[in-house]
Design a protein around this ligand. Structure first.
Ligand code: MOS
Length: 723
């Protein structure tokens, strides 16, 4: 009876909310019309370490329109960090102005509230601060003695690493470095906060509403039920909107103090210092292999930095535990506290940078073995996650590599660098493998059906978010599929913390969790309606007919899904392969990415159009890691030199080439009933290595420090040729 398939799961329909966005009707956090609203702006510290000795707010307070200046002197007492080093998790509190301590350059030290945005911004400049300044810890290298192990899970061993290295015929020991990077989504962080008696309601662009309400309620010591967050549209997150940052606390505190709704916008410059970033990573790789190409040992040792009072790290070594068959394995992570804001999750935290080190090292070892890098990877393929000692639910990495090689024309690759030339151009081909955990989490949804003549309209609610990924569309397609109604008859309402709880958007778990939650609500609606009429579950009957037989014009049902026992017994990952062709100018070191082919095995693809968008976006961000992205820290004062998009470069269309994206047909029923795995992060993973490996194939130069700029290539000495 499932006659309507045109807009169900798997079809490349246009985004259902697309027209609202292009016509400006979709409202983002800072755009809601709220009566009696005032504006807050944060004041940032101009030292990286020390104590505030005085703050003079008189001039700011006397300015026309200024309603309040909040500092440590008059701030509300909030829950504060109790430990010397607090874990920076998704529910961590965000206290502000609780003492005089400054931990990093740009830390909020005051907040001005005024009738207009301009008055607030101007008043910020009138706040006079003096400090007792101390020499900040800024450099990873100079603070190595302060390195510590962030908990037992930071280290992992399997077998005997040293024995594995002795067994090897060929070994490799190299260090790879990646700089601080910033997420910088198009939409600035913003919030409009208002209090109604003891309850707080805010429009705020948070990726995960349930976790954010926990953080806010704990910071202000109020019940979680009294916090509501609304965010129907989010203009990109890339991880920067996972956590609750302190502008939310400032606006919430200000609104409570003044008794009026407060709007706060974090400026583009502040988004470099106050809303997270990717850490600087130094990754030391040690590998050994036998002549036949079988890996005998693999170690991945990472050193990165964290804040002075908050602990966060992206676990770069995780990828080295599971991607290849390695009997002997060691992974460690050490952290060095610095006077720089705490790093946070940025798209594929751990894998984006970890895969650069691992997939570069694998390419280097293949070269030493004189083996084709695809054959080398396939030789060490495994259907078991040796890190967790569990079988993979499905793993089509070999297929991704083989099919990608075919599509890309890998057979034309010359193994010897500097042998494929075109005039001044040195041409190189590179490959890399990608893997990313595909989590599936507890999710609830509610569906409301309405019978109108012969048509059934469905309204689906959940506290999911759409960070630009296509949540609205794939959830609507799911409802269309499982109720067998046209997608035009489906309304999806998300982005409200009062709707049924989901895990939110992050960690590539959104699509699988949201869609299965929506599916379950629809299935429950049908099952409940059938039960009322004693209709067998197996009997196919149109939803409109079912409502009629029940004499109902409307009906509601809820559904909740959770990972199965089978899921827990398996390791669930998406896989992929990246292929790149680069042309490097042999004199100037300038290079062009000519072509990219990406093959992904990511379970059921809900909507090829939005899925392509995710992968192309990921590839672009991965290319950005190589060609441009780098946040530079001023070496004496600890401020970021790159703090606008004029000096922090991201790729533009002209930087990118022809991109081919292929999804292998796959449904992973162990992952979840719909067979979905995540793709939000898969696309960025190992792209950097694929490009760096292509640059080696072109030039014979190994570039182990990102980004790979023309100047670094010239320093590496392009002309002398292969070592
Ligand atoms: Mo992602 S870094 O979990 O938004």
């Amino acid at each position: 009876m499932k006659t309507i398939k045109a807009s169900g799961v798997g079809n490349p329909i246009d985004r259902i909310e697309g027209h609202l966005k292009v016509t400006g009707k979709a409202k983002y956090a800072s755009e809601f019309p709220v009566e009696n609203m005032v504006y807050a702006q944060g004041v940032n510290s101009t030292i990286a370490k020390g104590k505030i000795t005085s703050i003079d707010t008189t001039a700011a307070e006397n300015l026309e329109g200024v309603l309040a200046v909040i500092t440590y002197k008059n701030a509300e007492k909030l829950k504060n960090y109790t430990k010397e080093m607090t874990d920076f998790s998704l529910t961590t509190i965000a206290p502000v102005f609780q003492d005089r301590q400054v931990y990093y350059y740009g830390q909020y030290i005051a907040c001005v509230v005024a009738e207009t945005f301009e008055q607030a911004q101007y008043a910020c400049r009138l706040v006079k601060v003096t400090y007792e300044e101390e020499t900040p810890d800024i450099h990873l290298d100079k603070n190595k003695s302060k390195a510590y192990k962030p908990g037992d899970s930071a280290d992992f061993t399997r077998g005997d690493m040293e024995a594995g290295m002795r067994e090897a015929h060929v070994t490799l020991e190299e260090t790879y470095t990646t700089p601080i990077e910033h997420q910088q989504p198009m939409e600035l962080h913003a919030a409009i906060v208002s209090w109604n008696n003891a309850e707080v309601k805010m429009y705020a662009n948070q990726q995960i509403l349930d976790q954010a309400t926990t953080s806010i309620s704990e910071t202000f010591n109020i019940p979680k039920e009294d916090v509501q967050i609304i965010t129907p549209y989010i203009g990109g997150g890339f991880g920067s909107k996972l956590n609750v940052f302190k502008h939310i606390t400032m606006a919430t505190m200000a609104s409570k103090m003044i008794g009026r709704p407060v709007q706060i916008t974090v400026t583009r410059q502040q988004m470099f210092t106050n809303t997270g970033m990717r850490q600087f990573d130094e990754q030391k790789m040690r590998l050994g292999a036998k002549k036949d190409g079988s890996l005998t040992a693999l170690a991945h040792h990472t050193t990165s930095h964290t804040a002075k009072n908050l602990q966060y790290f992206e676990a770069c070594g995780n990828v080295s535990k599971m991607l290849y068959k390695t009997p002997n394995n060691a992974v460690t992570h050490r952290l060095i506290p610095l006077n720089i804001q705490c790093p946070s999750s940025m798209r594929a935290p751990g894998e984006a940078t970890g895969s650069f080190a691992l997939e570069s090292a694998i390419d280097e070892l293949a070269w030493k073995l004189k083996m084709d890098p695809i054959d080398f990877r396939i030789k060490n393929d495994t259907q078991v996650d040796m890190g967790e000692d569990k079988p993979f639910s499905s793993r089509l990495l070999k297929e991704c590599l083989r099919i990608g090689a075919d599509k890309f024309g890998w057979e034309k690759r010359k193994m010897q660098p500097r042998t494929n030339k075109n005039g001044n151009w040195l041409i190189g081909y590179g490959v890399s493998a990608a893997s990313r955990r595909a989590p599936y989490m507890k999710t609830s949804a509610k569906v409301a059906l309405e019978l109108k003549q012969n048509a059934v309209n469905a309204n689906l609610k959940m506290d999911a978010t759409d960070i630009g990924t296509g949540t609205y569309t794939i959830v609507a397609q799911t409802v269309s599929e499982y109720l067998s109604i046209p997608v035009e008859n489906v309304i999806v309402e998300i982005g409200d913390s009062e709707f049924p709880v989901t895990p939110g958007s992050g960690g590539s778990w959104g699509a699988a969790s949201y869609c299965n939650g929506a599916r379950k609500a629809c299935e429950n609606a049908i099952a409940e309606l059938k039960k009322k009429q004693n209709i067998a579950e197996s009997e196919e009957i149109e939803i409109a007919e079912l409502l009629r037989q029940n004499n109902l014009s409307s009906f509601e049902a809820e559904g909740t899904v959770e990972p199965s026992e089978e899921y827990k017994k398996h390791s669930v990952f998406s896989f992929g392969a990246n292929f790149t062709e680069v042309w490097v100018d042999k004199d100037t070191g300038m290079y062009r990415i000519k072509r990219m082919v990406n093959v992904g095995s990511a379970g059921k693809i809900l909507n090829p159009k939005t899925a392509y968008g995710q992968i192309i976006g990921g590839l672009t961000m991965g290319a950005g890691m190589v060609i441009a992205e780098r946040t530079q820290v001023e070496p004496n004062y600890g401020n970021f030199i790159t703090r606008t998009l004029a000096d922090y470069h991201v790729p533009v269309n002209l930087d990118l080439a022809n991109i081919d994206v292929i999804f292998l047909p796959e449904e992973d029923k162990i992952a979840n009933e719909m067979g979905i795995k995540g793709i939000g992060e898969l696309g960025i993973i190992s792209v950097a290595a694929s490009i760096a490996n292509a640059i080696f194939n072109a030039t014979g130069k190994r570039m182990r420090d990102l980004p790979i700029t023309p100047e670094k290539l010239i320093e590496a000495g392009l002309e002398p040729g292969v070592a």
